[in-house]
Ligand binder design. Sequence first.
Ligand SMILES: [Zn+2]
Length: 245
Amino acid sequence: MSLYRDEGVVLRTHKLGEADRIITVLTKRTGKIRGVAKGVRRTMSRFGARLEPFTHIDLQLHTGRTLDVVTQVETIRPYGEALIADYPRYTAGSAMLETADRLIMGEKEPALRQFLLLVGGLRALSAGEHEARLVLDAYFLRSLAVAGYAPALVECARCEGPAVRAFAIVAGGAVCGNCRPAGAAVPAGETLALMNALLKGDWPAADASEARHRAECSGLVAAYLQWHLEHGIRSLRHVEREPAT
Ligand SMILES: [Zn+2]
């Protein structure tokens, strides 16, 4: 049996039998892993609350035939403690964990940039320096970009012309008047600028934005994320169904 050690953020947990729990963790070096924590639901468990979602942990596992088994856990940062008392920040953090879990589909495929984005997002949320929804939208845009789905925001997604007028999810982001498909949203220029500031991490510009542009930005980012998550998963299933040749 081989042992390995890594650090990671607990994305979710679910019950296994009477006393055990399966945890899904996005780790720094190994990528997404699932492991079983034995006896964790007994009151005297040595793992205690360390295996709760949001917690940044250092953990040791041994490789099992189906699931790896958690043998040691130490807390690095309990982000959940700062988030649980503040509903907007807690829900933003929960959306980050779920998005990381869904964007990173393969297990044990290193995803260092996604790990760093998630830790950075949880740290920013618990520090409370920016509005929770801005931190969440920045996380969505940047994790999509790392996954290869950065939206066009400054130049037209289709012809690369500079005069963007509308936002079309299917086209890949902002589009000019000529390339604009029917039904494309027509956001304010300030909204596209805010999205670009969040994607680039320009916090002075993002913090100075107006509430109406933040609301419009959140709507576009949520729709864009949803479309990519659904189509990403659908296209993967399609690939898996192709007959072997
Ligand atoms: Zn165009």
